[in-house]
Design a protein around this ligand. Structure first.
Ligand SMILES: [Zn+2]
Length: 279
């Protein structure tokens, strides 16, 4: 479930609590949680955490030792969490990696993942470049309006799957795609190549404001998201359509929120998000 806002909240907490700390030991409980780079694990012992970046729904920890930079990339994916030592989890047996630190505000960072949909990768600089090029499209928080218009107009197909296509726009999943499209008054199945430039510009503004607001609320806690320090995201209280099937449209248009079954559930208002309007 973690999407861009939750991953951003994680990255910010790691910066506050662990930047400059030294990694003493990184213990991997099950080898299959490491997607690539496991043989380089011992290099990280004694390295200093130099930077934390978010790419899409993933968080990359940059470590420096003897002038060299290497990275640990954690996919938060469906159920992965990065947690500090004191944060309790329901199923502690699903902590698969433990990193112990000295010199930071926290002494341990754990990678918890009950379903093992996410993974960790241990990468050097070139490996990180390849990893990013393969997986991540533009960042929805920083992409400019004109670039976003070009990106959308180059594509065919339906709007909501495109917003969630990580190699095109990295970080939006099902929850935020629903919330963004409702606020932009766009039907999830709109044909992308029939949208006008002005409509895409509006969508761009809505996308950025929804994501920024969610970050400022600490993300959304749906299906067990916790920040590293254990706090829950409060943006769930501001969800207007996600999970609201059968409830009155928040725009007071008189219709009920409906659920459209496709690859992922879509929640939308059939009046406010008509598929037939021009634009
Ligand atoms: Zn409505």
């Amino acid at each position: 479930m973690p999407e861009l806002p939750e991953a951003e909240v994680v990255a910010r907490q790691l910066r506050v609590h662990l930047l400059g700390a030294q990694l003493n030991e990184c213990r991997v409980g099950r080898a299959d949680i490491v997607r690539e780079g496991l043989p380089s694990l011992s290099w990280y012992h004694g390295a200093v955490l130099e930077g934390v970046e978010r790419y899409g729904k993933s968080v990359a920890l940059g470590f420096k030792k003897n002038g060299e930079l290497r990275y640990v990339v954690a996919e938060l994916g469906m159920t992965g969490l990065l947690l500090f030592r004191a944060t309790q989890t329901k199923y502690p047996q699903h902590v698969h990696v433990r990193m112990s630190f000295t010199g930071g505000r926290e002494s341990e960072l754990r990678y918890w993942n009950p379903r093992r949909f996410g993974r960790l990768s241990l990468l050097d600089g070139a490996g990180l470049d390849r990893y990013r090029a393969r997986r991540f499209g533009v960042d929805p928080l920083t992409v400019q309006g004109d670039e976003f218009v070009r990106l959308m107009q180059d594509r065919r197909g339906r709007l909501k799957p495109l917003l969630m296509h990580q190699q095109v726009i990295a970080g939006i999943g099902n929850i935020y795609a629903n919330e963004i499209l409702f606020r932009a008054r766009l039907h999830p199945n709109r044909e992308v190549n029939r949208l006008r430039g002005a409509t895409i510009i509006t969508l761009h503004g809505t996308m950025q404001s929804v994501l920024r607001e969610a970050i400022s609320c600490g993300g959304s806690s749906v299906k067990d998201f916790y920040a590293p320090d254990g706090t829950e995201g409060r943006y769930k209280r501001r969800h207007l359509v996600y999970g609201k099937e059968g409830q009155p449209c928040p725009n007071r248009c008189g219709r009920m929120i409906r659920r459209l079954l496709s690859e992922r559930s879509s929640f939308f208002c059939p009046a406010c998000q008509s598929n037939r309007l021009p634009g």
